[in-house]
Design a protein around this ligand. Sequence first.
Ligand code: SAH
Ligand code: CA
Length: 206
Amino acid sequence: MAHTLREVPIMRELREAMEDHPEGEMQTSPEQVQLLGVLLKTMQARRVIEVGVFTGYSAMGMAMALPDDGVVVACDLDPQHMAVAQSWWDRGGVSDRIIPRVGPAAESLAAMIEAGEAGTYDFIYVDADKEGYPSYYEQGLELLRPGGLLTFDNMLRGGRVADPEVNDESTVATRELAAKLLEDDRVEYSLNPIGDGLAIAMLKHA
Ligand code: SAH
Ligand code: CA
């Protein structure tokens, strides 16, 4: 970490503030957020969706990797999480690039499709309830432009996906998504053992 991280002070402060938070382990690892930033810059991304905001660490990191007219549509179920996130985004000077959407993410994504935004997003980072991943997958593919990236966190679940004794709902849902990604010829696919496992799927060009 000492030899690879380029983390700005406000991001570090937010990360450290979550060390004592009861759900703080949900925060995306800093090296993974740095990777998301490199991907966004490589793609010259402007339009991003995040599903699963918590207190805003990954959304802020992605917002900082966008140009001034870039946007992150930040979706979370929990208004309290969103309020905390917004205070950090204000402090980090990225609030004008982040559009918060509170509610079940499947409903937020459906509303965005309904509003004519299909095919307009460059990048989607999914880091929320694992049972929702199948719908986020299909809705995400609809919202992406060809060549856009749909990414999913926690694909390894601390190794539990590989343990046949573990069959809770979230692990089973994650295995199902992994099987889907492997077979789906609409996407190019790579599973990366960074953080807790980051799946990257690129919507193929027609
Ligand atoms: N990316 C965040 C961590 C997200 S933790 C970071 O790096 O800090 C997962 C988040 O998903 C939680 O904030 C939780 O409120 C949210 N979540 C859970 N179920 C959801 C749903 N159905 N729709 C939207 N968000 C949901
Ligand atoms: Ca996660």
